[in-house]
Design a protein around this ligand. Structure first.
Ligand code: 13P
Length: 334
């Protein structure tokens, strides 16, 4: 696989006015989302829900790719078309979550490390055959008393770089995701400092391990106040702080940055992205790779009547995709 092909895929992921829909919740995580709205967590319900999302009419007007979970990339539409094949036909790039989740980091109480490197080369080969053209690996950084430690940042950056190098070897664009969690009562300045340290460590590790940035996408968390902080930064401050942090740590050669929503409301996630793009003169396209902020309203609606509300839920997904597509261009009207 040539770097040109990887770069082409990466650029397509952040094409103007388009972003990613993250629908790669593990069986346990989608179970929590379903439970919150009263849907039973069966394989058929998961299949139908992912079909609802992926077959939304006109989705590809605003969505360049979707991140799938292992079970989903092996499932098909009700007419028997494998989801990855259906997506490719619509011009939506199939992506795949390849990490195996977070586990307590030995020797570092309260901190996590993401696992999943063992056997990853073989899994990537299979995912490529199944149609995946990009992959996701999520590292999680907690903010709290005396954490994160340098050790936690370093081991997670190292694992992200090992995953990224393996992806590129197999012709798959790595989406590297170091998520700094919003949980806690820390202020926005603390979030800035932790995000900056994480990104510095990540780009050093990517460089050390020979990862080609031209064929890599960063999935970043925004610089925000902790959820329980008394002083909540407004839209402008979040946009300014996030941009300053990214500009001082992320090389301009990267094809693009997409954000996670991380528990922000639908409206906040869109408003923050829009404000950053309105500021203009950015080194890279800034777009979205939202999970909850793309899905939560549609899921709640679908839950009320799985047959009767199928099309209405799809229209809500399309609306969220459209709004975020506008925000990716700094053209959202609110
Ligand atoms: P949220 O937008 O719900 O944070 O999910 C995005 C994602 O893929 C996290 O890994």
């Amino acid at each position: 696989m040539s770097i040109e092909q990887l770069a082409e895929t990466a650029q397509a992921m952040v094409a103007a006015g388009k972003g990613i829909i993250a629908i790669d919740e593990s069986t346990a995580t989608i179970g929590k989302r379903f439970a919150a709205v009263g849907i039973e967590n069966t394989e058929e319900h998961r299949r139908r829900y992912r079909e609802l999302l992926l077959t939304t009419p006109k989705l590809s007007d605003h969505i360049s790719g979707a991140i799938l979970y292992d079970e989903t990339i092996r499932q098909s539409t009700k007419d028997g078309i494998p989801f990855a094949q259906y997506m490719a036909k619509q011009g939506i790039l199939p992506g795949i979550k390849v990490d195996k989740g977070t586990h307590p980091l030995a020797g570092c109480p309260g901190e996590l490390v993401t696992e999943g490197l063992d056997g990853l080369r073989e899994r990537l080969k299979e995912y490529y055959k199944l149609g995946a053209r990009f992959a996701k690996w999520r590292a999680v950084i907690n903010i709290g008393e005396d954490i994160p430690s340098g050790t936690c940042i370093e081991v997670n950056a190292h694992a992200l770089a090992r995953y990224a190098a393996l992806c590129q070897e197999q012709g798959i664009v790595p989406m590297v995701e170091p998520e700094v969690l919003m949980d806690g009562d820390h202020d926005i300045q603390t979030c800035y400092e932790v995000t900056e340290a994480m990104l510095r460590s990540l780009f050093a590790a990517l460089h050390d391990q020979g990862v080609l940035l031209e064929g890599t996408i960063l999935k970043a968390s925004m610089v925000v106040s902790g959820k329980a902080c008394d002083e909540q930064a407004d839209v402008e401050e979040v946009a300014d702080s996030t941009l300053m942090c990214l500009k001082s740590t992320v090389p301009a050669i990267l094809p693009g940055i997409v954000f996670l929503s991380g528990g922000q409301s639908d409206e906040d996630a869109t408003a923050h992205l829009d404000a950053m793009n309105r500021s203009g003169n950015l080194p890279w396209p800034l777009s979205f790779s939202y999970g909850r902020a793309m899905q939560q309203t549609a899921l709640a609606h679908w839950a009320k009547d799985l047959d009767g509300n199928f099309a209405k839920a799809q229209s809500i997904v399309l609306e969220r995709a459209k709004e975020n597509g506008l925000a990716a261009q700094g053209k959202w009207e609110g």
